[in-house]
Design a binder for this molecule. Structure first.
Ligand SMILES: [Zn+2]
Length: 261
């Protein structure tokens, strides 16, 4: 069985005390690849170094809307250079978030558009973070003519909101949210659209049911896999094979990268 975590902040300091044990547990069960998204220009360098040292960890580079107040116009110029020099797997995580304070909405739109254009030019997929802004995101994707797909991370929208992303070549990220009994709409959507999903933890965020209030840990992706397998009435191995194939479709750079043993 091969499992890919398409969104995991392995470099975040909150994970440090548990990191090696959790990764060893994950590896023993077949998790061999992690996409580690970038969030601020100040942490890109340490993220790149982290991924060089950690077998199976691959970087994406981007400016996360959650840290909107930290981003500067020159960060985008540096991002363009790093995309050429460092060849990350994706641009991310980038996006639009209407739930943050301060909102800086115009700056969010501008930064997201600029990063979509860089990804389009570089031929790279994007890792999108979208909260309460699916319409605005669709408008940006259209305006940029974005054509390289990617992942809408932690998708919790409706079938109607999912559809235009899927048409544009995106997959939807699913993680700990699925383990809550109240997530019925998500359960229905995972069942109805089996070809749409890729696995993620978003560790140390998005704890699974039963672990609220604790940092989420990378090996818990295996519990998410169990839940999906149950919904699809497949064995975990069969579900993992489907999810891994779907992840490689939207992260072609991973398919080319050699798998660590
Ligand atoms: Zn994230």
């Amino acid at each position: 069985m091969r499992v890919i975590d398409s969104h995991c902040h392995l470099d975040f300091t909150e994970l440090r005390p548990w990191l090696q044990t959790s990764l060893a547990q994950a590896r023993a069960a077949g998790v061999d690849t992690w996409l580690v998204p970038g969030v601020t220009a100040a942490t890109w360098q340490s993220l790149l170094e982290f991924c060089q040292q950690q077998p199976g960890a691959y970087p994406a580079l981007g400016l996360h809307p959650y840290f909107i107040a930290e981003h500067r116009p020159q960060d985008v110029v540096w991002l363009a250079q790093l995309l050429k020099q460092q060849a990350p797997l994706a641009v991310g995580e980038i996006g639009l978030d209407k739930c943050i304070e301060p909102l800086h909405w115009q700056w969010q739109l501008q930064l997201c558009e600029q990063q979509l254009r860089l990804a389009e030019q570089a031929g790279l997929p994007v890792i999108l973070h979208v909260r309460k802004a699916h319409q605005e995101m669709q408008a940006l994707l259209k305006q940029v003519g974005f054509s390289h797909g990617g992942i809408v991370h932690a998708f919790s929208g409706s079938a109607e909101q999912a559809e235009p992303y899927l048409r544009r070549g995106f997959k939807l990220g699913v993680g700990g949210a699925l383990t809550y009994p109240r997530a019925q709409r998500l359960h229905r959507l995972v069942k109805a659209l089996p070809d749409a999903w890729v696995l993620e933890t978003d560790a140390p965020s998005m704890p699974l049911m039963g672990y609220q209030g604790e940092p989420n840990l990378p090996h818990r992706i295996l519990e998410v896999l169990q839940h999906i397998a149950q919904l699809w009435q497949l064995s975990p191995e069969q579900a993992a094979a489907r999810l891994t194939a779907q992840t490689l479709q939207v992260l072609p750079g991973l398919a080319a990268a050699k798998t660590p043993c």
